[in-house]
Design a protein around this ligand. Structure first.
Ligand SMILES: C[S@@+](CC[C@H](N)C(=O)[O-])C[C@H]1O[C@@H](n2cnc3c(N)ncnc32)[C@H](O)[C@@H]1O
Length: 268
């Protein structure tokens, strides 16, 4: 069924973010908090200057469409997004298949076109180390880290992101389900040594990303986070938490999960 939906969407020039080829890799609430962040930046920035966004790890483009539609909604379309991915192996069996066949980059390009954000997007087919080297002379207002979630790579991505951040910019990311000091520190230490991208929380049993937990903690200490999405803002050389309280935002419809009767499957 999911393959039929996928083919129907591609034929009808509609974006596809369903389960086929693992096209939706993050939960819808991540996109909700991305929208809130952009709305907040639009209201707090001094002028109507365009917003430049760099995202590491985009797969089928769900986060790209979220950022793009946020730019259209809150910045009148002023801005750009550099979207970096290897579009190949990423540790998920289904995703590996799609990446290896080359299908997923095609789906990414389709999704940004069908969602009306392609003009804002600069796809960059590279691993993040290579991409940061190529982008060294550029500065970004928002840098979103959602690539390889193992400790060493997240740590490097966060270091490079700081070098590329515009003054007053925000570094944010996905998959910080657990922070240091939240009952899983021994599991985090083990996973970091073993190079694991996943571990189970010893109390809840729920899976989380220990490399993200450790690298974010080493870089910033405790951060502002909402169900896995996290963000920190640079202010005159210091890292400050971000408040998204009291900001309402809409999630792009294509990124919300519905059943066949149109009922929302996921409550924000
Ligand atoms: C969790 S997914 C990203 C999901 C996407 N942000 C979204 O909202 O749908 C992680 C992505 O990181 C990419 N990736 C893995 N290692 C990478 C690396 N070293 N450099 C760049 N991208 C990488 C994978 O191909 C995959 O697309």
């Amino acid at each position: 069924m999911s393959q039929a939906d996928f083919e129907a969407a591609l034929n009808a020039n509609q974006p596809y973010f369903g389960p086929h080829l693992g096209c939706r890799l993050s939960w819808p609430h991540i996109y909700y908090f991305q929208q809130k962040l952009l709305q907040k930046l639009a209201s707090t920035r001094a002028s109507s200057a365009p917003l430049s966004i760099l995202e590491i790890g985009v797969w089928a483009g769900a986060s790209t469409v979220s950022w793009g539609q946020g730019l259209q909604r809150y910045f009148a379309g002023r801005g750009q997004i550099v979207s970096v991915d290897v579009w190949a192996e990423n540790g998920e069996p289904v995703a590996n298949l799609a990446g290896a066949s080359g299908a997923i980059k095609h789906v990414f390009l389709h999704n940004i076109r069908a969602s009306g954000v392609a003009a804002l997007v600069e796809p960059l087919h590279a691993d993040s180390d290579t991409a940061f080297a190529q982008l060294a002379a550029r500065r970004f207002d928002v840098i979103y880290i959602d690539g390889d979630h193992r400790y060493e790579q997240v740590r490097r991505d966060l270091k490079h992101a700081q070098d590329c951040l515009a003054p007053g910019g925000v570094i944010c990311g996905d998959d910080l389900e657990v922070q240091r000091g939240e009952g899983a520190d021994a599991a985090v230490a083990r996973a970091v040594v073993d190079g694991d991208a996943w571990a189970a929380h010893p109390v809840s049993g729920l899976g989380f990303h220990p490399g993200v937990t450790q690298a974010v903690f080493e870089t910033f200490g405790p951060v502002s986070a909402w169900g896995g999405f996290w963000a920190m803002s640079e202010t005159q050389g210091r890292w400050m938490p971000v408040s998204l309280d009291g900001i309402e935002a809409e999630v792009p419809r294509a990124l919300i999960q519905y059943d066949e009767n149109g009922k929302r499957l996921f409550d924000l």
